[in-house]
Design a protein around this ligand. Structure first.
Ligand SMILES: O=P(O)(O)OC[C@H]1O[C@H](O[C@H]2O[C@H](CO)[C@@H](O)[C@H](O)[C@H]2O)[C@H](O)[C@@H](O)[C@@H]1O
Length: 361
């Protein structure tokens, strides 16, 4: 097992392939009040623009249907080398984190649980839960999910974690303390005072209204499903015949046209409806780092692991801070602001174990 020790040669060799630590960019400000910050700006950055149907198709590549082609596979592998495996290059990550306070941020779907057809059945294995528990016993650990907080807590069931549900619009600190290291966090300085951030509260009645409208319309499309994520809504099309995607997009558009304060973004075979405020997983990551008292420290090493477009906002925040490591979970090369890769949740579990073992004396 690689320990958290410097391996200069490995760093030099790997940095030929990619930029690590990530360069600083102009994002990542101080979070004074999450609501004030969120209200300050309308976010159109990740919005689905142009044809919704084209966007749905573009975000649903048919990797699994492609026959392996000799040569193409090599090119794909070479491309992926720009984002080295966080497992096989654990040494590199470990040397960058050496002597620093690690904090771990984990997306849920596609990261801690495999993608499945029925969103209600995206359970996490006990082995994965043990791995997350082990990490949380050593480092502040947060789940950052598009799901509503209660639902993702229902899957993860670890009270010692921070939870940022609804794409970061519903943040809550731990409700129980692990025997851990979090002594320096502001959370613990104010025992009993829970971190809470809900920057989109005023949108709740509107989201509720739109949920009702969508639930009345969307079931007409076989396989389509509306999921209530409290501060946002998901319209799933994983089980919808591709020929009906246009009709589904039209149903959603016909509802949303009367709600200019809501916007549409897209995840993995899901349309996401959320408030126009500038608040995403990146803001949630920033907020949590501030809550932990880590924002202005240079000796902090945040690790964010996620598989989806929405996780890119958090990867970009790490680049903006010039700190830590973003790890993209994907079997296929993608444009990403992450620095490392893992192939699937099984590799995520192995990585979490490696992190624990490397810091166990
Ligand atoms: O931020 P995440 O924790 O990754 O949540 C994003 C969305 O994940 C879920 O949908 C995705 O996973 C489902 C179960 O595997 C799959 O059926 C669906 O196609 C995926 O998009 C969740 O159901 C959504 O509400 C989340 O927004």
């Amino acid at each position: 097992m690689t320990k958290l020790v410097p391996e200069a040669d490995a760093v030099v060799a790997a940095s030929r392939h990619f930029s690590f630590p990530p360069p600083r960019t102009a994002s990542g400000g101080v979070v004074e009040s999450c609501r004030k910050m969120a209200a300050a700006q309308i976010d159109l950055g990740a919005a689905v623009t142009g044809s919704w149907l084209d966007s749905m198709k573009a975000s649903s590549p048919r990797h699994r249907l492609m026959a392996p082609v000799v040569g193409a596979a090599d090119a794909e592998h070479d491309d992926w080398m720009r984002h080295p495996s966080a497992l096989s290059r654990f040494d590199l990550l470990a040397s960058a984190a050496k002597g620093k306070q690690i904090a771990v941020f984990l997306d849920y779907d596609g990261t801690l649980s495999p993608i499945v057809e029925d969103p209600d059945r995206a359970v996490m294995t006990d082995e994965m839960r043990d791995a997350v528990r082990g990490v949380a016993a050593r480092f502040p650990t947060a789940i950052v999910s598009g799901r509503c907080r209660d639902k993702v807590f229902g899957f993860v069931r670890l009270a010692e974690l921070y939870y940022a549900g609804s794409h970061g619009m519903d943040i809550r600190g731990p409700t129980a303390h692990a025997n851990n290291h979090h002594g320096s966090s502001k959370q613990q300085e104010h025992e009993g005072e829970s971190v809470l951030c809900q920057p989109a509260r005023e949108f709740l009645p509107m989201i509720e209204e739109v949920r009702g409208l969508l639930e009345a319309k969307v079931p007409a499309i076989p396989g389509a499903k509306v999921e209530d994520n409290k501060f946002c809504l998901s319209v799933h099309f994983r089980c919808v015949d591709e020929k009906r995607w246009g009709a589904l997009a039209e149903q959603v558009r016909s509802v949303l046209k009367d709600y200019p304060k809501l916007r549409l973004t897209q995840g993995r075979k899901v349309l996401e409806i959320r408030p126009v405020i500038k608040w995403d997983k990146g803001n949630a990551l920033d907020f949590l780092l501030h809550s932990l008292g880590y924002a202005d420290r240079s000796d902090v090493f945040p690790i964010y692991i996620g598989d989806d477009r929405t996780d890119e906002d958090a990867f970009r925040v790490l680049r903006g801070r010039g700190q830590g490591a973003g790890i993209l979970v994907s079997r296929f090369p993608k444009d990403t602001a992450a620095s490392f890769s893992l192939r699937d949740p099984a590799e995520v579990k192995d990585f979490l174990h490696s992190l624990v073992e490397s810091t166990t004396t």
